[in-house]
Ligand binder design. Structure first.
Ligand SMILES: Nc1ncnc2c1ncn2[C@@H]1O[C@H](COP(=O)(O)OP(=O)(O)O)[C@@H](O)[C@H]1O
Ligand SMILES: [Mg+2]
Length: 329
């Protein structure tokens, strides 16, 4: 049946089309032309209770727009979302009792209040019974390390401290589902680690369904059991994390620095993803060719000055998914 059902979800924004030149600018001012921007383009998926799902894709691929429709902030242009039989944007109140949400770019805390007071307000707004609140509070204070700044006004907190408090807020009323849109953006390593541990723990212990958007591959690997990849508003991959790691976890990125720019760089083992100025980036599968071998081959043919191996970024892995899809179609 599924706790969250997304059916042919579609959203267009009307955006102003800017025309070129002075005359165009004047025309835009007096008679703006509106064009459709398809942000989410017929997406389907079902999520069951207790799943932890990474919803990922490059910038502008439609992640936040999806999350906003799932949380009921935005209406779909067509298609629908059902969360526990409720369409969130039609019944926001009912939906609010079932979900928690964290938007990395926006705060739900009161700027002038201390965390403790914000939490207290939250308890009243959500009518959380005191014993439940207290039990959860103790747990979050411990897991998220909130005590060191528990009485500090929100305005004086670091981003990492504030985000940990935001995350706590989303879980107090023991919602069925928590949506987190880029919760770790800008956080330091320690704070990121705390957030991941916390999400994993709460997902395991309470079967809270977690939907997470992020740019950080480590967030996903540590928190999510399932991956949904989107690009240009379309779903391109939906599978267990394990499959993704088996298929793409062996990819590595070789960064090469040349004495000068090399035109028409030939790469036999791997994919050339960038070749700018004196630098090139090659994505390769470490099971198909070892890094040493690849570097040796490149050095034989080109004026290589320096090289480095990196873990590939999500964008690069997505490109692999894309190319493979292209080959299979
Ligand atoms: N309020 C808006 N008005 C017009 N266009 C928007 C608005 N919000 C997002 N978009 C556009 O819709 C697309 C998807 O945006 P978004 O859902 O924010 O992507 P993501 O979260 O994956 O970066 C982008 O091209 C973005 O520019
Ligand atoms: Mg976004």
């Amino acid at each position: 049946m599924g706790l969250i059902r997304v059916e042919q979800l579609y959203k267009v924004y009307k955006v102003k089309n800017s025309r070129k030149g002075l005359l165009g600018g004047v025309a835009d001012l007096f008679a703006p032309q509106w064009v459709d921007k398809e942000a989410v383009n017929c997406i389907d998926f079902t999520i069951n209770q207790g799943e932890s799902v990474g919803y990922i894709g490059p910038n502008g691929s439609g992640k936040s727009t999806t999350i906003k429709m799932l949380t009921g902030i935005l209406y779909p242009t067509s298609g629908r979302v059902l969360v526990n039989h409720v369409e969130p944007y039609h019944n926001r109140l009912k939906n609010a009792s079932m979900i928690g949400a964290v938007f990395g770019q926006r705060s739900q805390l009161w700027w002038d209040l201390a965390i403790r007071e914000s939490f207290e307000l939250f308890r009243h707004i959500y009518r959380i019974p005191y014993p439940m609140f207290k039990k959860n509070l103790d747990k979050m204070v411990e897991l998220l390390g909130l005590n060191e700044f528990y009485s500090t006004p929100v305005r004086q907190l670091s981003l990492g401290q504030r985000m940990r408090a935001e995350i706590a807020c989303a879980f107090f009323h023991e919602p069925l589902i928590v949506y987190l849109d880029e919760p770790t953006i800008g956080l330091d390593v320690v704070a990121k680690e705390q957030v991941r541990l916390f999400l994993r723990e709460i997902n395991k212990e309470k079967q809270t369904t977690i939907i997470l958007t992020t740019h950080d591959m480590d967030d996903i690997q540590q928190v999510c059991e399932r991956l949904i990849l989107i690009d240009h508003g379309q779903l391109i991959f939906d599978s267990p994390m394990e499959h993704f790691v088996n298929q793409y976890g062996k990819e590595r990125m070789l960064l090469l620095q040349f004495e000068h720019h090399v035109d028409n760089l030939q790469v036999d083992h791997g994919v050339l993803v960038e070749n700018q100025n004196n630098q090139a980036k090659i994505l390769f599968n470490k099971d198909s060719i070892s890094a040493t071998k690849l570097i040796q081959k490149m050095t034989e043919c080109y004026p290589v000055m320096d090289c480095k191996i990196e873990e590939p970024k999500i964008e690069h892995l997505m490109r692999m998914v894309y190319e493979e899809r292209g080959r299979n179609e």
